[in-house]
Write a protein that binds this ligand. Structure first.
Ligand code: FEO
Ligand code: CA
Ligand code: CA
Ligand code: CA
Length: 579
């Protein structure tokens, strides 16, 4: 059905090929009419299908995503809108106690999160939440901190919350419980480093200060051994200089600059780039951090094998032989998509006392215009990198510089990744207003509205080759009931629904929203629209998939939502969310 049938991709396993997968997943769209790169050939419209196929196609579509969508008309308000088949409640706003009577409070900028059931129940569990971002004007009531105490207040608003929540009665409200697991991790909480760069001099300072804290915790992942992965994104924004200072090449590559909107560097030397005692402090951020929510005394661990970048999120999947594979986006214009593969079966590694996230290889993606791609190895055994970098630790601390050397494909801001039940990996490319030169995987110039790309790795996620195409181009939806732009949060469910969250200017008068796509047909329906000013981000479900949690981040102050908060979404008939 596509020209890919003729390609000689060396698929070393018996996995279905990309064209096999797509043969049962006819897209009804004809995006990119006229053809750009390799993408256009994959799309088929209903009219191109034979009648019996069309019937199956229609049935599948309506079984998978059957709810009445929030209409396009009437958007952009200060109160959320939800499908007529659904209901929502708002919980745990910024500043709420993490448990009844606790003086510790929920942070701001709710983003990636994870529901970890207790006793395998869907009505009771831990919720781990990232606190990505908090404007000084909101947190402090002023643009610039006046003293160290102000800085500490701002720093406390960042990081992670772990809370224990429970639903009261069958259709009751969700409440926060008293809990031994409830904790806050913020910018001054102890953390440790692990993996190949852990003992690198690049991660220590003349001051000899122990590593503390995590910042700009954006999206997330979770492991088969029930730990949470929080991803440090725009860490550069927390550093500034109080004296003349010049960024070195590596610092420039991560956008380190003398000015900082947070002003922490004015009173906290750790964040002062011009203080030579803390010259390497910024190297301690930009990592993926593992937290064991069931072990409240264990500090978070920064896993250096996963590379240092503006980590958006990580989608973990078990590849061939039980190896851990993680797909990751580096969210900035013209940055790259990465994957990590553990050296061995994760159970065997853990039985030997090794973390599968400490021992493995990191790769960066090259998307070729013919619809194929390659994973390029970011290790010191790669001669191109050995010529330039001293050791593996230096490569990992300077992941972006190493990826540049290998000729990775600059993407339109890679945000979340997720793996569908069809084995395809999906990744949101949120937008790129500065793109001037197209490539097959990023075909719009400029790209103010973004797109979603998908690929199938060879060899059950372990291979070095893949095939890709574009799942949805946001601009193609504008003016239709499917209208969306700037896709960001992304989660596939086991049935083949793709939950899409947006962060950025929506078209057709809408606020940011949560939509559900049918992976097979490409149909998209609007489940929820947030309030003015707020992005919709973070997504997790209970094991029975009857309850979905998402977040409203940075809503305008005059909306019905009390600051940054979590939204609990259920079907009125108690059915699976998204159906
Ligand atoms: Fe924190 Fe790229 O969103
Ligand atoms: Ca955000
Ligand atoms: Ca995001
Ligand atoms: Ca975003």
């Amino acid at each position: 059905m596509s020209h890919h049938d003729d390609d000689s991709i060396s698929n070393e396993s018996s996995n279905p090929s990309f064209s096999d997968v797509l043969a049962v997943a006819h897209s009804r769209r004809q995006l990119l009419a006229g053809g750009i790169g390799g993408a256009a050939a994959f799309f088929m419209s209903d009219s191109m299908l034979a009648a019996p196929e069309r019937q199956t196609h229609w049935q599948t579509r309506h079984q998978l995503v059957g709810f009445r969508p929030v209409p396009l008309a009437g958007g952009g308000g200060n109160t959320p809108r939800i499908s007529a088949d659904y209901q929502y409640e708002v919980i745990i706003p910024w500043g709420a106690p993490i448990a009844p009577g606790s003086t510790d409070t929920i942070g701001i900028g709710h983003d990636g999160m994870w529901f970890l059931p207790l006793n395998n129940r869907s009505s009771h569990g831990l919720l781990v939440i990232n606190h990505e971002y908090g404007d000084n004007i909101v947190v402090l009531g002023k643009n610039t901190p006046s003293n160290l105490n102000d800085v500490r207040i701002s720093q406390y608003a960042h990081g992670l919350s772990v809370i224990e929540i429970m639903r009261q009665g069958r259709n009751g409200k969700w409440i926060t419980n008293a809990s031994n697991y409830a904790r806050r991790i913020h910018v001054n909480s102890p953390v440790t480093f692990s993996g190949p760069a852990a003992n690198s001099p690049l991660l220590s300072n003349a001051a000899g200060n122990a590593p503390l804290g995590t910042v700009n915790n954006c999206a997330n992942g979770n492991t088969p051994w029930s730990t949470y992965l929080t991803c440090e994104e725009n860490f550069n924004g927390y550093f500034g200089a109080t004296a003349p200072w010049t960024a070195n090449e590596a610092q420039r590559r991560y956008g380190m600059a003398a000015g900082s909107g947070y002003g922490w560097h004015l009173f906290d030397a750790r964040f002062n780039l011009s203080n030579p005692d803390y010259a390497n402090e910024s190297n301690r951020f930009g990592w993926i951090v593992e937290l064991d929510p069931l072990n409240p005394l264990a500090p978070p661990v920064k896993r250096t094998a996963l590379g240092r970048m503006k980590h958006e999120g990580i989608a973990i999947v078990e590849g061939r032989g039980g190896r851990i594979v993680g797909y990751m986006g580096d969210d900035e214009r013209f940055e790259y998509i990465y994957k990590f593969v553990s050296d061995d079966n994760w159970r065997a590694m853990r039985a030997q006392g090794k973390s599968p996230l400490d021992h493995g290889k990191l790769y960066v993606a090259r998307f070729k215009d013919d619809g194929t791609g390659q994973w390029l190895e970011l290790t010191i055994s790669n001669p191109a990198l050995a010529a330039r970098f001293a050791d593996q630790a230096t490569i990992l601390v300077n992941t972006r510089l190493a990826a540049d050397v290998l000729g990775a494909t600059p993407m339109d801001r890679p945000e979340w990744t997720t793996v569908g039940p069809n084995g395809l990996v999906y990744c949101t490319l949120t937008n790129n207003t500065r793109r001037e030169v197209a490539n097959g995987a990023n075909p719009q110039v400029p790209n103010p509205d973004g797109h979603i790309i998908r690929w199938l790795d060879s060899d059950d996620h372990l291979g070095l080759t893949f095939e890709w195409d574009i799942f949805a181009l946001a601009s193609a939806t504008h003016g239709t009931e499917e209208s969306f732009a700037s896709p960001d949060g992304l989660m596939a469910d086991p049935d083949g629904r793709l939950f899409i969250e947006t962060d950025g200017l929506q078209r057709d008068g809408l606020n940011d929203q949560l939509l559900v796509a049918d992976i097979n047909t490409g149909e998209i329906r609007r489940l929820f629209e947030g309030v003015a000013g707020a992005e919709v981000t973070g997504i997790t479900m209970t094991p029975d998939r009857r309850t979905l949690f998402c977040n409203l981040q940075h809503p305008n102050p005059d909306t019905s939502v009390p600051r940054d908060a979590t939204v609990v979404i259920t079907r009125r008939d108690g059915g699976i969310v998204g159906s």
